[in-house]
Design a protein around this ligand. Structure first.
Ligand code: AKB
Length: 341
């Protein structure tokens, strides 16, 4: 008999680390993971099975469903924004075709076992494209349907996949004579820049905040690639994990939309630097603006309106800026690098 499982793709990434630790800690023994690289050894004992492979490999996905019955998917595998600008074709393949493969798999699984498959998708503030700084300053906290004009391949991919997910959930094959729902219960969160004390992101454009902090904690100098004034919404990783699991558990009848903003705090790069220097007074942080990456940040909102997430599924961040830095990031990062030796 096939084992009922929850599948996490891109499990080795930052969100994957936090999510696996959280789900395993809450007693889930049904997690299987898929990643291009072998799963981090620290996570291996916490999952049922860790598959190494590509979400674009149809044979691998077929082998997966021949062994397991999938009831939930956290589809985390993606190329982030900066990396996607360097390899846009690959980004499109991984971010869009990969997501389409997983949505199709979710549909087929639901047909197979007769229950909906909950499909959690990390989208991003990259779906927004504000035309200029003046508009960004004036816009303040953007709502989900504002400024949906992404300026990066990654942002386009994420926005399109939100639409694909909505299409699968509501309309898939309805015109092609299949009158029963597809069984894909798609739910997306538009994440702000995430900051973790125990992992460092790779290939993103909001990475300057975590990079600044991780460099300071290791006594390394850091040149920030955006200007001191550049402002983005950020969130501590435990809140990101909390949001994903809260949304996964929300009754479908409560959801008035399929894609949600979530907010925690908004900081300029100078404000992040000031906090890092207060915690690590010897930190050597300079600003060397990379115009291409800084231009991407300029098109992303300074903050988001997360009213629908608060109303529909009870979203509340636990970590506003002071708590995030003083009670989670700085204490944990110190401990993390001490343990690394
Ligand atoms: C990135 O910078 O690409 C990501 C994101 C905001 O989605 N961190």
């Amino acid at each position: 008999m096939r084992k009922p499982v929850t599948l996490i793709t891109g499990a080795n990434g930052e969100i994957g680390h936090g999510l696996i630790a959280h789900l395993a800690g809450a007693g889930h023994q049904d997690i299987i993971t898929l990643d291009l690289k072998p799963l981090d050894e620290r996570l291996r004992p916490r999952v049922l099975s860790a598959l190494v492979g590509d979400i674009l490999d149809h044979n691998l996905l077929q082998r997966l469903v021949s062994e397991y019955e999938i009831h939930g998917i956290y589809h985390l595998a993606a190329l982030l924004s900066t990396r996607s600008e360097y390899t846009p074709d690959t980004a499109h393949r991984v971010n869009v075709e990969g997501t389409l493969n997983l949505l199709t798999l979710a549909h087929e699984q639901s047909r197979w076992h007769g229950n909906p498959v909950t499909f959690l998708f990390p989208s991003s503030i990259a779906v927004y494209g504000l035309p200029d700084i003046a508009t960004k300053e004036k816009a303040g906290r953007v709502r989900e349907n504002d400024y949906n004009f992404p300026t990066t391949m990654y942002g386009c991919n994420k926005l399109y996949c939100e639409h694909l997910g909505r299409y699968f959930a509501k309309h898939y094959r309805q015109l092609a004579a299949e009158r029963i729902p597809s069984g894909v219960d798609f739910r997306a969160i538009r994440f702000p820049g995430l900051i973790s004390a125990v992992t460092v992101p790779a290939g993103g454009t909001s990475d300057y905040a975590p990079e600044m902090m991780h460099a300071a904690a290791q006594g390394k100098p850091y040149a920030c690639f955006v200007s001191p004034e550049a402002r983005l919404p950020f969130m501590a990783m435990p809140d990101a994990i909390k949001a994903l699991t809260l949304l996964a558990a929300a009754p479908v009848g409560k959801l008035s939309q399929r894609s949600y903003n979530i907010g925690a705090f908004s900081l300029s790069a100078a404000e992040v630097r000031d906090r890092v220097i207060r915690a690590f007074p010897r930190a050597a942080i300079s600003f060397e603006v990379d115009t291409a990456r800084a231009a991407i940040v300029d098109t992303w909102p300074a903050d988001v309106d997360d009213g629908p997430a608060r109303r529909d599924w009870g979203w509340r961040p636990e970590f506003e800026a002071d708590r995030a830095f003083n009670e989670y990031l700085f204490p944990m990062i110190g401990q993390f690098y001490r343990q690394q030796g």
